[in-house]
Write a protein of this length. Structure first.
Ligand code: UFG
Length: 322
Protein backbone atom coordinates (compact mmCIF):
# COMPACT_ATOMS: atom_id res chain seq x y z
CA UNK A 1 0.00 0.00 0.00
CA UNK A 2 1.22 3.50 -0.77
CA UNK A 3 0.56 6.51 1.41
CA UNK A 4 0.93 10.07 0.17
CA UNK A 5 2.23 12.21 3.05
CA UNK A 6 1.68 15.90 2.33
CA UNK A 7 4.10 17.82 4.53
CA UNK A 8 6.31 14.79 5.17
CA UNK A 9 9.40 17.02 5.48
CA UNK A 10 7.89 18.83 8.46
CA UNK A 11 8.07 18.09 12.17
CA UNK A 12 5.06 15.82 12.73
CA UNK A 13 4.93 14.58 9.13
CA UNK A 14 8.54 13.34 9.19
CA UNK A 15 7.97 11.46 12.46
CA UNK A 16 4.88 9.81 10.98
CA UNK A 17 6.86 8.78 7.88
CA UNK A 18 9.27 6.96 10.23
CA UNK A 19 6.33 4.96 11.65
CA UNK A 20 5.04 4.09 8.17
CA UNK A 21 8.32 3.01 6.57
CA UNK A 22 8.74 -0.75 6.61
CA UNK A 23 5.02 -1.46 6.37
CA UNK A 24 4.01 0.98 3.63
CA UNK A 25 5.42 2.66 0.56
CA UNK A 26 5.60 6.39 1.19
CA UNK A 27 5.45 9.30 -1.24
CA UNK A 28 6.15 12.70 0.34
CA UNK A 29 4.80 15.85 -1.25
CA UNK A 30 6.33 18.96 0.32
CA UNK A 31 7.23 22.40 -0.98
CA UNK A 32 9.90 22.78 1.76
CA UNK A 33 8.43 26.16 2.76
CA UNK A 34 8.63 25.20 6.44
CA UNK A 35 9.93 21.63 6.13
CA UNK A 36 13.57 20.62 5.77
CA UNK A 37 15.32 18.20 3.39
CA UNK A 38 17.24 16.72 6.38
CA UNK A 39 13.94 15.56 7.89
CA UNK A 40 13.16 13.55 4.75
CA UNK A 41 13.57 9.83 5.17
CA UNK A 42 15.91 8.10 2.65
CA UNK A 43 13.25 5.47 1.99
CA UNK A 44 10.56 7.80 0.62
CA UNK A 45 9.83 8.99 -2.86
CA UNK A 46 10.03 12.77 -2.64
CA UNK A 47 8.05 15.16 -4.82
CA UNK A 48 8.99 18.81 -4.33
CA UNK A 49 5.76 20.65 -5.01
CA UNK A 50 2.76 22.50 -3.72
CA UNK A 51 -0.48 20.80 -2.81
CA UNK A 52 -2.38 23.70 -4.32
CA UNK A 53 -0.84 22.86 -7.69
CA UNK A 54 -3.27 20.75 -9.72
CA UNK A 55 -0.60 19.61 -12.19
CA UNK A 56 1.64 18.34 -9.40
CA UNK A 57 -1.30 16.48 -7.85
CA UNK A 58 -2.29 14.96 -11.20
CA UNK A 59 1.32 13.83 -11.61
CA UNK A 60 1.42 12.25 -8.13
CA UNK A 61 -1.95 10.52 -8.40
CA UNK A 62 -1.29 9.15 -11.90
CA UNK A 63 2.34 8.13 -11.29
CA UNK A 64 1.89 6.37 -7.94
CA UNK A 65 -0.98 4.14 -6.88
CA UNK A 66 -1.93 6.13 -3.79
CA UNK A 67 -4.21 4.36 -1.29
CA UNK A 68 -4.50 7.14 1.28
CA UNK A 69 -3.42 10.69 2.01
CA UNK A 70 -2.03 11.92 5.33
CA UNK A 71 -2.23 15.71 5.26
CA UNK A 72 0.23 17.61 7.49
CA UNK A 73 1.12 20.42 5.10
CA UNK A 74 -0.07 23.67 6.69
CA UNK A 75 0.98 26.88 8.33
CA UNK A 76 0.52 26.45 12.06
CA UNK A 77 1.49 29.53 14.07
CA UNK A 78 -1.34 31.30 15.84
CA UNK A 79 0.31 34.74 15.94
CA UNK A 80 1.38 34.59 12.30
CA UNK A 81 -2.16 33.60 11.29
CA UNK A 82 -3.48 36.84 12.79
CA UNK A 83 -0.92 38.83 10.78
CA UNK A 84 -1.36 36.87 7.54
CA UNK A 85 -4.91 35.51 7.34
CA UNK A 86 -4.90 35.35 3.55
CA UNK A 87 -1.84 33.14 3.60
CA UNK A 88 -3.44 30.88 6.21
CA UNK A 89 -6.77 30.52 4.43
CA UNK A 90 -4.94 30.08 1.12
CA UNK A 91 -2.49 27.41 2.28
CA UNK A 92 -4.62 25.66 4.87
CA UNK A 93 -8.09 25.81 3.28
CA UNK A 94 -7.84 26.58 -0.42
CA UNK A 95 -4.91 24.20 -1.09
CA UNK A 96 -6.64 21.47 0.89
CA UNK A 97 -9.73 21.94 -1.28
CA UNK A 98 -7.57 21.41 -4.36
CA UNK A 99 -6.08 18.28 -2.78
CA UNK A 100 -9.55 16.90 -1.95
CA UNK A 101 -10.83 17.70 -5.43
CA UNK A 102 -7.93 15.78 -6.98
CA UNK A 103 -8.38 12.87 -4.56
CA UNK A 104 -12.05 12.60 -5.60
CA UNK A 105 -11.11 12.86 -9.30
CA UNK A 106 -8.47 10.14 -8.99
CA UNK A 107 -10.60 7.90 -6.77
CA UNK A 108 -8.39 8.11 -3.65
CA UNK A 109 -10.78 7.66 -0.74
CA UNK A 110 -8.90 7.70 2.59
CA UNK A 111 -7.73 10.84 4.33
CA UNK A 112 -6.07 11.54 7.70
CA UNK A 113 -6.17 15.22 8.59
CA UNK A 114 -4.00 17.15 11.05
CA UNK A 115 -6.19 19.43 13.10
CA UNK A 116 -5.56 21.25 16.34
CA UNK A 117 -6.68 22.15 19.84
CA UNK A 118 -6.89 25.70 18.47
CA UNK A 119 -10.30 24.71 17.03
CA UNK A 120 -11.69 24.92 20.58
CA UNK A 121 -10.66 28.53 21.17
CA UNK A 122 -11.08 29.39 24.86
CA UNK A 123 -12.93 26.32 26.11
CA UNK A 124 -15.50 26.53 28.86
CA UNK A 125 -14.25 23.26 30.36
CA UNK A 126 -10.83 22.31 31.74
CA UNK A 127 -10.74 18.86 30.19
CA UNK A 128 -11.65 19.09 26.53
CA UNK A 129 -13.56 16.29 24.83
CA UNK A 130 -14.54 16.18 21.17
CA UNK A 131 -18.02 17.31 22.30
CA UNK A 132 -16.64 20.58 23.71
CA UNK A 133 -17.85 23.51 21.60
CA UNK A 134 -15.49 24.65 18.85
CA UNK A 135 -15.03 28.42 18.88
CA UNK A 136 -11.63 29.18 17.35
CA UNK A 137 -10.30 32.63 18.15
CA UNK A 138 -7.70 33.02 15.41
CA UNK A 139 -7.40 32.38 11.66
CA UNK A 140 -5.22 29.29 12.24
CA UNK A 141 -7.87 27.55 14.35
CA UNK A 142 -10.63 28.70 12.00
CA UNK A 143 -8.76 27.43 8.94
CA UNK A 144 -8.49 23.97 10.48
CA UNK A 145 -12.12 23.92 11.59
CA UNK A 146 -13.24 25.00 8.10
CA UNK A 147 -11.47 21.99 6.63
CA UNK A 148 -13.13 19.75 9.21
CA UNK A 149 -16.54 20.98 7.99
CA UNK A 150 -15.48 20.62 4.35
CA UNK A 151 -14.43 17.03 5.01
CA UNK A 152 -17.80 16.12 6.46
CA UNK A 153 -19.55 17.52 3.37
CA UNK A 154 -17.17 15.88 0.89
CA UNK A 155 -17.42 12.51 2.67
CA UNK A 156 -21.21 12.78 2.48
CA UNK A 157 -21.21 13.46 -1.25
CA UNK A 158 -18.24 11.44 -2.52
CA UNK A 159 -16.36 8.25 -1.90
CA UNK A 160 -14.14 9.66 0.85
CA UNK A 161 -13.59 8.50 4.41
CA UNK A 162 -11.55 10.51 6.86
CA UNK A 163 -10.21 10.80 10.37
CA UNK A 164 -9.49 14.22 11.89
CA UNK A 165 -6.83 14.31 14.62
CA UNK A 166 -6.82 17.36 16.89
CA UNK A 167 -3.35 17.68 18.35
CA UNK A 168 -2.66 19.38 21.64
CA UNK A 169 0.95 20.54 22.23
CA UNK A 170 3.27 18.40 20.10
CA UNK A 171 6.80 18.12 21.48
CA UNK A 172 9.80 15.78 21.71
CA UNK A 173 12.01 14.10 19.14
CA UNK A 174 12.47 10.69 17.53
CA UNK A 175 14.14 8.01 19.68
CA UNK A 176 16.95 7.61 17.11
CA UNK A 177 17.86 11.26 17.60
CA UNK A 178 18.01 11.77 13.83
CA UNK A 179 14.91 13.94 13.54
CA UNK A 180 13.29 16.42 15.91
CA UNK A 181 11.57 19.77 16.23
CA UNK A 182 12.98 22.58 14.13
CA UNK A 183 11.20 25.81 13.30
CA UNK A 184 12.59 29.06 11.99
CA UNK A 185 11.95 31.28 13.84
CA UNK A 186 11.24 29.06 16.85
CA UNK A 187 8.18 30.06 18.90
CA UNK A 188 7.34 26.89 20.85
CA UNK A 189 7.99 26.69 24.56
CA UNK A 190 10.05 23.50 24.96
CA UNK A 191 12.54 24.15 22.11
CA UNK A 192 12.96 27.74 23.32
CA UNK A 193 13.74 26.62 26.88
CA UNK A 194 16.18 23.96 25.66
CA UNK A 195 17.93 26.35 23.29
CA UNK A 196 18.35 28.76 26.21
CA UNK A 197 19.73 25.99 28.45
CA UNK A 198 22.21 25.17 25.67
CA UNK A 199 23.40 28.77 25.63
CA UNK A 200 21.74 29.65 22.32
CA UNK A 201 19.39 32.27 23.87
CA UNK A 202 20.00 34.74 26.67
CA UNK A 203 16.80 34.07 28.58
CA UNK A 204 13.28 32.70 28.46
CA UNK A 205 10.26 34.99 28.43
CA UNK A 206 7.21 33.66 30.26
CA UNK A 207 4.10 35.14 28.68
CA UNK A 208 1.74 36.08 31.53
CA UNK A 209 1.69 35.24 35.23
CA UNK A 210 -1.85 36.36 36.01
CA UNK A 211 -3.84 33.50 34.48
CA UNK A 212 -6.42 31.73 36.57
CA UNK A 213 -4.16 28.70 37.13
CA UNK A 214 -2.33 27.35 40.21
CA UNK A 215 0.88 29.35 39.56
CA UNK A 216 -0.58 32.01 37.23
CA UNK A 217 1.08 30.68 34.04
CA UNK A 218 -0.67 28.90 31.14
CA UNK A 219 -1.31 25.18 31.37
CA UNK A 220 -0.88 22.93 28.33
CA UNK A 221 -1.08 19.24 27.50
CA UNK A 222 2.22 18.14 25.94
CA UNK A 223 2.15 15.08 23.70
CA UNK A 224 5.15 13.27 22.22
CA UNK A 225 5.44 13.55 18.46
CA UNK A 226 5.92 9.76 18.17
CA UNK A 227 2.64 9.21 20.02
CA UNK A 228 1.00 11.54 17.49
CA UNK A 229 2.65 9.64 14.64
CA UNK A 230 1.36 6.31 15.95
CA UNK A 231 -2.16 7.69 16.16
CA UNK A 232 -2.05 8.44 12.42
CA UNK A 233 -1.07 4.89 11.56
CA UNK A 234 -3.78 3.49 13.86
CA UNK A 235 -6.36 5.86 12.38
CA UNK A 236 -5.48 4.72 8.86
CA UNK A 237 -5.61 1.05 9.85
CA UNK A 238 -8.95 1.72 11.55
CA UNK A 239 -10.29 3.26 8.36
CA UNK A 240 -9.03 0.30 6.33
CA UNK A 241 -10.55 -2.31 8.59
CA UNK A 242 -13.85 -0.42 8.76
CA UNK A 243 -13.48 0.07 12.53
CA UNK A 244 -13.80 3.84 12.24
CA UNK A 245 -14.97 6.32 9.62
CA UNK A 246 -15.44 10.06 9.47
CA UNK A 247 -14.44 10.69 13.08
CA UNK A 248 -12.72 13.45 15.04
CA UNK A 249 -10.29 12.55 17.83
CA UNK A 250 -8.29 14.56 20.37
CA UNK A 251 -4.67 13.61 20.87
CA UNK A 252 -3.20 14.61 24.21
CA UNK A 253 -1.79 13.11 27.40
CA UNK A 254 -4.68 14.25 29.58
CA UNK A 255 -2.27 15.99 31.97
CA UNK A 256 -1.70 19.73 32.14
CA UNK A 257 1.61 21.42 32.99
CA UNK A 258 2.13 25.11 33.56
CA UNK A 259 4.84 27.09 31.80
CA UNK A 260 6.72 27.29 35.12
CA UNK A 261 6.46 23.52 35.60
CA UNK A 262 7.77 22.90 32.08
CA UNK A 263 10.76 25.17 32.74
CA UNK A 264 11.48 23.30 36.00
CA UNK A 265 11.24 19.94 34.21
CA UNK A 266 13.67 21.16 31.52
CA UNK A 267 16.09 22.36 34.22
CA UNK A 268 15.85 18.94 35.86
CA UNK A 269 16.48 17.03 32.61
CA UNK A 270 19.40 19.24 31.52
CA UNK A 271 20.91 19.78 34.96
CA UNK A 272 21.14 23.50 34.16
CA UNK A 273 19.40 26.62 35.55
CA UNK A 274 17.32 28.95 33.42
CA UNK A 275 17.22 32.74 33.41
CA UNK A 276 13.52 33.61 33.30
CA UNK A 277 11.89 36.94 32.52
CA UNK A 278 8.19 37.39 33.26
CA UNK A 279 6.45 39.49 30.62
CA UNK A 280 2.92 40.32 29.49
CA UNK A 281 0.47 37.78 28.17
CA UNK A 282 0.81 36.74 24.53
CA UNK A 283 -2.43 37.64 22.72
CA UNK A 284 -4.67 34.68 21.95
CA UNK A 285 -3.37 32.25 24.60
CA UNK A 286 -6.12 30.37 26.47
CA UNK A 287 -5.29 29.76 30.17
CA UNK A 288 -5.70 25.97 30.15
CA UNK A 289 -5.85 23.42 27.31
CA UNK A 290 -5.96 19.79 28.40
CA UNK A 291 -7.35 16.94 26.30
CA UNK A 292 -9.46 13.97 27.05
CA UNK A 293 -8.30 11.32 24.58
CA UNK A 294 -10.75 8.69 25.81
CA UNK A 295 -12.56 8.59 22.49
CA UNK A 296 -9.56 7.41 20.45
CA UNK A 297 -8.54 5.06 23.25
CA UNK A 298 -11.96 3.40 23.11
CA UNK A 299 -12.08 3.29 19.29
CA UNK A 300 -8.48 2.38 18.42
CA UNK A 301 -6.76 1.57 21.76
CA UNK A 302 -4.45 4.55 21.25
CA UNK A 303 -2.66 5.55 24.42
CA UNK A 304 0.31 7.90 24.74
CA UNK A 305 3.54 6.15 25.78
CA UNK A 306 5.53 9.22 26.80
CA UNK A 307 5.02 11.63 29.68
CA UNK A 308 6.43 15.14 30.07
CA UNK A 309 9.90 14.21 31.39
CA UNK A 310 10.43 11.62 28.64
CA UNK A 311 9.23 14.13 26.06
CA UNK A 312 11.77 16.67 27.30
CA UNK A 313 14.55 14.06 27.52
CA UNK A 314 14.06 13.13 23.86
CA UNK A 315 13.96 16.80 22.85
CA UNK A 316 17.10 17.50 24.92
CA UNK A 317 18.99 14.69 23.14
CA UNK A 318 17.97 16.17 19.77
CA UNK A 319 18.68 19.81 20.61
CA UNK A 320 22.04 18.96 22.21
CA UNK A 321 23.18 17.58 18.84
CA UNK A 322 22.05 20.54 16.73
N1 UFG B 1 5.26 30.39 26.06
C1 UFG B 1 6.02 31.22 26.86
N2 UFG B 1 7.20 31.67 26.35
C2 UFG B 1 7.66 31.33 25.12
C3 UFG B 1 6.87 30.48 24.31
C4 UFG B 1 5.67 30.03 24.82
O1 UFG B 1 5.64 31.56 27.98
O2 UFG B 1 8.74 31.78 24.72
C5 UFG B 1 3.99 29.88 26.59
C6 UFG B 1 2.80 30.26 25.74
O3 UFG B 1 2.32 31.51 26.11
C7 UFG B 1 1.85 29.11 26.03
C8 UFG B 1 2.77 27.92 26.29
O4 UFG B 1 4.05 28.48 26.56
O5 UFG B 1 1.13 29.37 27.20
C9 UFG B 1 2.89 27.00 25.09
O6 UFG B 1 3.19 27.81 23.96
P1 UFG B 1 3.63 27.21 22.55
O7 UFG B 1 3.87 28.36 21.64
O8 UFG B 1 4.69 26.20 22.73
O9 UFG B 1 2.34 26.39 22.10
P2 UFG B 1 0.82 26.91 21.93
O10 UFG B 1 0.07 26.33 23.09
O11 UFG B 1 0.71 28.36 21.73
O12 UFG B 1 0.47 26.30 20.53
C10 UFG B 1 0.16 24.96 20.33
C11 UFG B 1 0.45 24.61 18.87
C12 UFG B 1 -0.45 25.40 17.96
C13 UFG B 1 -1.87 25.21 18.38
C14 UFG B 1 -2.06 25.56 19.83
C15 UFG B 1 -3.45 25.28 20.28
O13 UFG B 1 1.81 24.86 18.57
O14 UFG B 1 -0.27 24.93 16.64
O15 UFG B 1 -1.20 24.77 20.61
O16 UFG B 1 -3.78 26.20 21.26
F1 UFG B 1 -2.67 26.03 17.65
Amino acid sequence: MTILVCGGAGYIGSHTVKELIGNYEVVVLDNLSTGYPFLLDDNVTFVNGDLGDEEVLDFVFTTYKIDAVFHFAANSLVGESVEKPLMYYGNNVSSTLTLLKKMVEHGVGKFIFSSTAATYGIPNKEIITEETATNPINPYGRSKLMVEHILADVAHAHNLQYVVLRYFNAAGAHETGVIGESHDPESHLIPIILQHLLGQRDQISVFGTDYNTADGTCVRDYIHVTDLANAHVLAYEGLNSGKVSNEVYNLGNGAGYSVKEVIEACEHVSGKSAVVKYVDRRPGDPAVLVASSEKIYKALSWKPKFQLVEIIESAWRWHSKQ
